[in-house]
Write a protein that binds this ligand. Structure first.
Ligand code: NAG
Ligand code: NAG
Ligand code: NAG
Ligand code: NAG
Ligand code: NAG
Ligand code: NAG
Ligand code: NAG
Length: 812
């Protein structure tokens, strides 16, 4: 028995990786792995955490963040530093290694180094990596000499006591949820003045201190070349150029603070009293957000909107260049630049464009200024500003070569005149031009496509590993059988009790260890999606399961249980069945039945042609039934919000089962109409235009995605690769032209006929299937119609129940 115990222990040691808890110090020769969420370094009082942070699907950066209970597995954390913001590493095999040489390196997928501190052989002594309570990650040797520190290479945030110097700058991130380097930076300029700079696609310009003020007028001095700035722990910021301010909550207390250059170009101090409270802005550099350069790109106007912050709009005669990104600005709707006499001017009140003047012409009337502009081929318009000079009142004229940094503010005393060709008929354009809020487009996460290679191990190492595993495996198996023999009998009573719990609640609460065992330590990955990773496993009673390990778990246990309870209530033959869940510490897992044929996406992409027309029709019908149940038939209204082939699973008989529902927010009907659904969900290519257009989100978003899926199934072409006429989500015209809707539909249905001829007929020619596919395509096309802002048009798409009816009617 003793030897059995010994080998059991040995075996456990060999086979089960010891759960490593967070580090205080990373020693020479050790490393942190991206695959182990526990591989983090904590500051002495755990205020800060350093570790791998997900910045995209399967993309990670090594970062430092404020530890807080609402932030684990890398979500909704407040990041303060990143090592590799522009070169994220793979979610497999990547690690941060403190080499024996004293060099700290970050390797991507065990292949190449993306980042290093360059401290190899800087010290002959042993080196350590530690995280200070101030948030400074530093590499020191055993005598205490600092070899490298993160405070010397800030990203977009300065912490109290972290100096900004002549060698450093902070750079904003690219957008909401996108941490790569953005357009804005804070740094000491060559004249020793601390400035904010916009460095965009085509231009760069300073915008703070305001460029029309001399540095003296802005309260800055050019004559102190120390170039040092810092916010102290009381909330006082001092800079060597004379800039000095205090945060609104200045004073000695336990308040946490950070100075961050946000992706919108504003520099802000954020504070909070307690660890888990929300951050509040306690100081900001620019109160009129339209004064920040590059907000809306060229040829567009920024205006302040009380509810949404700021909005962009194109000036008359221009249209938005890139519907998903305002920083590209607007381009002319007219082409070419005809001769001088062929132009006219459009007058805009209280509008200002900053910079890019040909020159200043003082004291000019509008007519005189028009003439100046007409003389210059490249003149795009002119600013006409009122000026009161020693009692003399007159206007200044500024013809412009480019129209950048435009803003419309009621307080501005000046007008702008835009040059457009006479042939351009302005009256058939709406005067209230295109508007869009700024913050939505960036918030969808884009999948980072990053391949990774297997680790390069020498053959000898491989062989030894194999040998060890085989030996361990043998030992394990023999011990397992012995254990089974002794243990089984004592378990039977417990099993009954569990069965009772299962029957009463419909599903079971698993322990993390149970699921770890069932999936052999999350060994076989069968899917990976927005919400988490799916693993195959087997329960002790022999049922095969799919375990979804959620990574978006910034919710508390009670909230999670409430949601799981709701999902558990949704039982329908076309919805995947949930067998249980696990909520233990930070782990959130869902246990589902396992589907033999995988997802519709797998089947569609396989070459074996498993789906004939009848199966396709049945899959479309079953999926519609599942979604209709979600939308209408059960007690609570559930929007799926991520309908795509990856989320439609097929059982042995190819019956479709919709999965991943309920991971989206569960909504009750009353909330549906006030578009409180702020976070964009879904997958590109399947997403309804409403998400992009910021329109209210209703069950019709799922109808749209469903339509795309059906089209993809019929044609066998992925929507992302481009079914031209339906996948217009990315280029939706936001202008609300009456009648356009109908024209587009006619146009679309025309191309459908020809397209049906090309795509569908050759495949199903002469068969009964052709007619069926025809019906599918027609239903699907009705599903992918764009909704108009006009309320009556909201019902253009059928409901899922109507889809079911139409498909049933036609299947007689
Ligand atoms: C910051 O500047 C203010 C005013 O110039 C000065 O009173 C204060 O002592 C300075 N604080 C520090 C920490 O240098
Ligand atoms: C220059 O700035 C530094 C840092 O703020 C300060 O310590 C120093 O006194 C300043 N020098 C002069 C001449 O004002
Ligand atoms: C618009 O901008 C996005 C993001 O920068 C880019 O991915 C997309 O290709 C652009 N679209 C067009 C039409 O230029
Ligand atoms: C502009 O004027 C020139 C000379 O008068 C003429 O040759 C040219 O065709 C005109 N261009 C346009 C676009 O009208
Ligand atoms: C502005 O121009 C008008 C005529 O062009 C002239 O009479 C007037 O004195 C000028 N005003 C100033 C302030 O130069
Ligand atoms: C401009 O458009 C309006 C409305 O579409 C039309 O009534 C008018 O005749 C057009 N003018 C010119 C010069 O084409
Ligand atoms: C962030 O933005 C950059 C530049 O537009 C882009 O290349 C990158 O893919 C984006 N990353 C994510 C995660 O969206």
């Amino acid at each position: 028995m003793g030897s059995l115990c010994l080998s059991l222990t040995l075996c456990l040691v060999l086979l089960i990786p010891t759960p490593s808890s967070a580090y205080q110090t990373l020693n020479q020769g050790s490393s942190l792995s991206v695959e182990n969420p526990d591989d983090v370094i904590l500051s002495p009082q755990a205020t800060f955490t350093a570790g791998f942070y997900p910045v995209g699907n399967n993309a990670y950066a090594f970062a430092i963040w404020f530890s807080e209970s609402t932030c684990f597995l890398g979500h909704s954390c407040t990041l303060v530093w990143m090592a590799n913001r522009d070169h994220p590493v793979n979610g497999r095999h990547s690690k941060l290694l403190l080499k024996e040489t004293g060099d700290l390196v970050l390797t991507d997928a065990a292949q190449f180094d993306v980042w290093t501190t360059g401290t190899a052989a800087k010290s002959k002594l042993t080196t350590y990596l530690q995280l200070a309570e101030s948030g400074n990650l530093f590499l020191r040797d055993s005598e205490g000499t600092i070899l490298w520190q993160s405070f010397d290479s800030p990203t977009d945030t300065l912490l109290p006591q972290q100096p900004l110097s002549r060698f450093t700058q902070i750079v904003s991130s690219r957008g909401k949820g996108n941490y790569s380097s953005g357009f804005y930076s804070l740094f000491f300029d060559n004249d020793n003045v601390l400035r904010l700079l916009f460095d965009g696609h085509e231009t760069s310009s300073d915008y703070w201190p305001y460029p029309w003020l001399s540095s003296w007028d802005a309260g800055r001095s050019k004559y102190n070349s120390t170039r040092q700035a810092m916010i102290n722990s009381l909330g006082n910021f001092n800079s060597s150029d004379g800039l000095s301010f205090r945060s609104a909550d200045y004073g000695p207390s336990r308040i946490q603070r950070r100075l961050t250059l946000d992706y919108d170009g504003n520099l802000r101090v954020y504070s909070r009293g307690e660890r888990n409270e929300a951050w509040v802005v306690s100081w900001q550099a620019i109160s009129q957000r339209c004064r920040i350069h590059g907000v809306c790109g060229e040829n567009s106007l920024c205006s302040h909107a009380p509810n949404t912050g700021r909005t962009c709009s194109c000036i008359p005669g221009y249209k938005q260049k890139n519907t998903t990104d305002w920083s590209y600005g607007c381009e002319p709707e007219f082409n070419g630049l005809p001769n001088a006499t062929d132009f006219t001017f459009i007058h805009l009140r209280h509008v200002e464009f900053f910079g890019d003047d040909f020159r200043l012409f003082p004291n000019k009337t509008v007519k005189e200024c028009e003439a100046e502009c007409l003389q210059r081929v490249n003149c795009k318009g002119f600013q006409h500003n009122f000026r009161d000079h020693n009692g003399f009142q007159f206007h200044d004229c500024y013809p412009k070569a480019q129209l950048r940094n435009g803003q419309q503010t009621s307080g501005f005393q000046g007008d702008f005149y835009i040059k457009v060709p006479k042939s351009y008929n302005i009256s058939n354009k709406k005067t209230e031009h295109l508007q869009g809020t700024l913050d939505c487009p960036q918030s969808n996460t884009i999948q980072l496509d990053r391949s990774f290679a297997k680790t390069h191990q020498s053959d000898i190492v491989k062989f030894m590993l194999w040998f060890a595993c085989a030996l361990g495996g043998l030992e394990f198996i023999s011990i397992f059988f012995i254990w089974l023999f002794f243990y089984r009998a004592s378990q039977d009573k417990n099993a009954d009790k569990e069965g009772y719990v299962f029957a009463a609640t419909g599903f079971k609460r698993f322990t993390f260890d149970e699921l770890k065992k069932a999936t052999r330590n999350f060994h076989k990955e069968i899917g990976r999606g927005g919400g988490g990773t799916v693993y195959k496993g087997m329960l002790s009673d022999g049922r095969v399961i799919a375990v979804k390990r959620l990574n978006d778990s910034n919710q508390g246990e009670a909230e999670f249980l409430a949601e799981v309870n709701t999902i558990g209530k949704l039982n329908h033959m076309n919805l995947i069945e949930m067998w249980g869940f696990c909520a233990e510490k930070k782990h959130r897992l869902l246990v589902y039945e396992y589907m033999e044929h995988g997802s519709l996406a797998d089947v569609l992409s396989s070459t074996s042609n498993e789906l004939d027309w009848q199966r396709k029709y049945d899959i479309a019908l079953g999926t519609a039934r599942g979604l209709a149940y979600l939308h209408d038939e059960c007690l609570e209204w559930v929007l799926h919000c991520d309908v795509k082939p990856q989320n439609i699973l097929l059982d042995t008989a190819y019956n479709p089962k919709v999965s991943d529902f309920g991971l989206s927010k569960l909504l009750d009907r009353s909330k549906l109409y006030n578009s409180s659904f702020s976070r964009i969900r879904g997958t590109r290519g399947y997403m309804a235009p409403e998400w992009v257009l910021n329109q209210p989100i209703t069950s019709k978003v799922d109808v749209y995605s469903y339509g795309i899926v059906v089209l993809e199934m019929v044609t066998g072409q992925s929507s992302i690769k481009g079914i031209q006429f339906v996948n217009r989500t990315d280029e939706v015209e936001m202008e609300n032209r009456p009648g356009s809707h109908i024209n587009e539909r006619e146009e679309a249905s025309k191309s459908i006929e020809s397209w049906m001829g090309e795509m569908v007929e050759p495949m199903w020619e002469g068969s009964h299937g052709k007619q069926k596919m025809d019906i599918l395509v027609r239903v699907a096309l009705d599903c992918v119609q764009e909704l108009d802002c006009v309320q009556e048009d909201r019902d253009a798409r059928p409901t899922m129940s109507q889809v079911v009816e139409r498909l049933l009617d036609s299947s007689q």
